[in-house]
Design a protein around this ligand. Structure first.
Ligand SMILES: [Fe+2]
Length: 311
């Protein structure tokens, strides 16, 4: 990345935010410690992907888990939002998350076709575009460009714990504007719906909820995009109407009944997958559209989520 790009990023997000991000990335800690806190820190153990792959093959589940990985579905969730302006009643917000697109490029056309065939009014991608937490992100960006063209023109993304800040210009070049503790407004006549996107609150912890909330009018309806659900206690007092997250993959390889064995962050069970609420804040943790480490899913179907907003 050219120096000029770092300068542009610094002008955009401020020196403190940029230096904090770059310091953690440069330390090489992202590769080994990106899962941060948690009992099971799966990717801290480098050969875990190989071990899991061998285990699945030996158990005869190899074909099934791969079919599950490619069997992405569209799940509709309807939300009642008290501050939603009348013009947005019935608004359809599509959420994709945890794409990890360079893990297996067979997934890209599946996602592109699903997005194309799912009418929506706006779209958000809640982080984790590549599989690894460092290294070349070029292949991932090429896959992303095949998907962004299918998304609504009103679309935004945020960064996850797998994403370096250097990826932002490439993601935006691929057609996905990224919110780095920034906000965007969707307007229908005089009515507004605000989207607040924070930087990764899990590993980098460079999120700034106060900054995004201050950029939104007090009485406005605001949807928070946060890669990991674990920020919910911190977010609740800020009065967001809805929080959309991913990161957990719902466990990805689960026990029968969808019980997660490995969860990459410390959250109570209801926050691992699906709808949840905390005080006045309601939210949704997507089980993820893609998969990480191994192209496999068990008792935890991947999804694209269509959030339908109601007054
Ligand atoms: Fe992820």
């Amino acid at each position: 990345m050219e120096n000029a790009d770092y300068e542009a990023l610094e002008r955009r997000i401020g020196r403190d935010h940029l230096s904090e991000r770059l310091l953690i990335q440069a330390g090489g800690t992202a590769k080994l410690l990106h899962q941060g806190e948690g009992v099971f820190q799966i990717e801290r153990y480098v050969p875990i992907d190989a071990l899991v792959t061998i285990g699945l093959r030996c158990s005869g589940l190899g074909g099934l888990v791969r079919r599950n990985f490619l069997g992405v579905g569209v799940v509709t969730q309807e939300w009642s939002l008290p501050h939603l302006p009348p013009a947005f009643d019935g608004f359809r917000l599509l959420q994709l998350t945890d794409l990890h697109l360079d893990l297996c490029t067979d997934l890209t056309p599946v996602i592109a076709e699903l997005v194309r065939s799912t009418p929506h009014d706006a779209a958000v991608v809640t982080g984790d575009y590549r599989n690894k937490t460092d290294g070349d992100y070029g292949p991932c960006m090429r896959e992303m460009a095949k998907i962004t063209g299918e998304l609504s023109p009103e679309r935004w993304g945020i960064l996850g714990n797998h994403d370096f800040i250097e990826m932002v210009p490439s993601l935006e070049h691929a057609g996905l504007p990224i919110l780095l503790n920034e906000v965007a407004a969707i307007r229908r006549g005089t009515d507004e719906l605000w989207i607040a996107g924070i930087d990764d609150p899990h590993f980098y912890k460079t999120h700034d909820l106060a900054k995004v909330r201050a950029a939104i009018p007090d009485a406005a309806c605001a949807i928070l995009l946060a890669h990991s659900p674990e920020v919910y206690p911190e977010a609740e007092p800020f009065g967001f109407d809805l929080q959309l997250s991913g990161h957990t993959h719902g466990g990805q390889l689960c026990l029968p009944g969808g019980r997660a064995v490995i969860v990459p962050c410390k959250v109570p069970k209801p926050f691992i997958r699906g709808r949840w609420s905390h005080g006045r804040l309601q939210g949704y943790t997507s089980p993820g559209t893609g998969s990480c480490a191994v192209p496999a899913r068990l008792f935890c179907p991947p999804e694209i989520t269509l959030h339908v907003l109601r007054k």
